[in-house]
Design a protein around this ligand. Structure first.
Ligand SMILES: [Mn+2]
Length: 435
């Protein structure tokens, strides 16, 4: 799928036979979503070595077209008016350079329960919210070579178990606050009232990236407040093994003088990082801002890239696996575009396997031309060097505009066809010994 950009099976397969082949791959009982998700982090483990990694997690709903008589076995999404699967994804981004280092883990599932009694719904919500803590705890192993990890989630991820279970040696948490909280000790103050009482420490003008047609890019004038807080375990928290209180830092950043008709930005960020000065507080805001990358990943997997939601695959089980594969493909797309000039100095192994790199090495001289501009300018085995080869395969001519996602897509498609043939030939040479 990585090689053919679109996940629509009609287009994925060049012939009817291929189409059935791709369908039977995702419908094969031996191919499980769990195994696909496990394979997400294959290259990430090594890529994070020695870095401060932002482990950014979020959930997206992947909607598929259904009819009353053909729900494809899909559960309800959204406000119950859509059908599809849910994908929870954690991705690794370098905190200092903002380089995308790959996927870390997550879950992709189909909501089977259609029972709507409030009690069941609540149980389901509880079950589903565990993904935030579970994904973060599992990430520790994949990210064990990182110098430091900061797990980042939006409001949805601000559940008390996260504060109790996730932080550890070199593992921090940074979450946007979901709702007001009780503070520990004898106090009437809450998280919100205490934030309001902090003095304004700093102000700034920052550029906000466009999030959607409704949220265009704009300059925002911000006020920053921060201070230490101690939150209390919620009275209704079922897990009484969780610590009764958690010492955290609260960074409050709010937009003042927002343009008419625009909802002013207001982030209340809770973190285990020590925030003892203004520079650190701004850094926290900046790290939270890098959550943009996971939103971009979801956009690339869907309408702005792979077109995942147009898939015609007939079963929910197949669509769950397809969605799991699409997340990885979208991530690779983003990584190639981001590193085409080698700004981050990443190694090719951040995306490609050793076998892939053997093929890329063999291809490189065949794609170089006579002039200086037609030579691969990047150090061998760097990701930029690999991206140069992929772009050339995608018919990029070394002049003019730098290669974009479409070119990389075409290149990757061609690369995999060549790689497959090359591997077959290598295997044949190894296996067929003529006496
Ligand atoms: Mn979210």
């Amino acid at each position: 799928m990585r090689s053919s950009k679109t996940v629509c099976l009609h287009r994925l397969g060049k012939t009817r036979g291929d189409e059935l082949g791709a369908g039977s791959f995702f419908n094969n009982k031996k191919v499980t979503a769990g195994r696909i998700v496990e394979s997400w982090s294959q290259q990430t483990r090594a890529a994070v070595t020695g870095r401060h990694v932002l482990a950014i997690q979020d959930t997206t709903e992947v909607h598929f077209a259904t009819k009353p008589k053909r729900r494809r076995g899909l559960g309800r999404c959204g406000h119950g008016n859509a059908y599809g699967v849910l994908a929870h994804v954690m991705m690794a981004v370098d905190a200092d350079s903002e380089a995308c280092l790959g996927l870390v883990g997550g879950q992709v599932w189909n909501r089977k329960s259609t029972v709507t009694s409030p009690l069941r719904k609540r149980a389901l919500a509880d079950r589903e919210s565990r993904r935030w803590t579970e994904t973060a705890v599992q990430a520790k192993e994949v990210l064990s070579a990182a110098a430091m990890v900061t797990v980042i989630s939006d409001r949805e991820g601000d559940i008390y178990p996260t504060w109790g279970r996730v932080p550890g040696e070199n593992v921090h948490v940074l979450n946007r606050v979901m709702s007001d909280r009780r503070l520990a000790g004898e106090t009437d103050a809450t998280l919100y009232t205490v934030a309001d009482s902090f003095p304004v420490a700093s102000g700034a003008l920052i550029a906000l990236r466009a999030r959607s047609p409704a949220h265009a890019a704009r300059q925002a004038r911000l006020e920053l407040r921060f201070g230490a807080v101690e939150i209390a375990r919620p009275v209704n928290e079922k897990d009484r093994d969780l610590p009764a209180r958690a010492k955290l830092w609260l960074v409050d950043v709010r937009e003042v003088d927002a343009p008419e008709g625009v909802e002013p930005l207001h982030w209340r960020l809770l973190t285990t990082h020590d925030v003892s000065d203004i520079a650190t507080a701004w850094r926290i805001v900046d790290w939270y801002r890098m959550r943009w990358w996971i939103e971009q990943l979801f956009r690339v997997s869907k309408s702005q890239g792979l077109g995942l939601e147009e898939s015609q695959l007939g079963t929910a089980d197949g669509l769950v696996k397809l969605s799991a594969a699409a997340m990885k493909a979208a991530c690779i797309d983003m990584q190639l575009v981001q590193e085409r000039d080698g700004v981050h100095g990443l190694a090719a192994s951040v995306v490609f396997t050793e076998m892939d790199i053997v093929t890329i090495t063999a291809l490189n001289p065949t794609l170089e031309g006579k002039t200086v501009r037609q030579q691969n300018p990047h150090p061998p085995r760097s990701l930029a060097w690999a991206a140069w080869v992929i772009a050339r395969l995608g018919s990029w001519h070394c002049y003019g505009k730098p290669p974009g996602p479409i070119t990389f897509h075409r290149g990757i498609e061609k690369f995999h066809a060549i790689h497959e043939g090359f591997s077959l030939y290598a295997n044949l040479q190894r296996e067929v010994r003529i006496p």
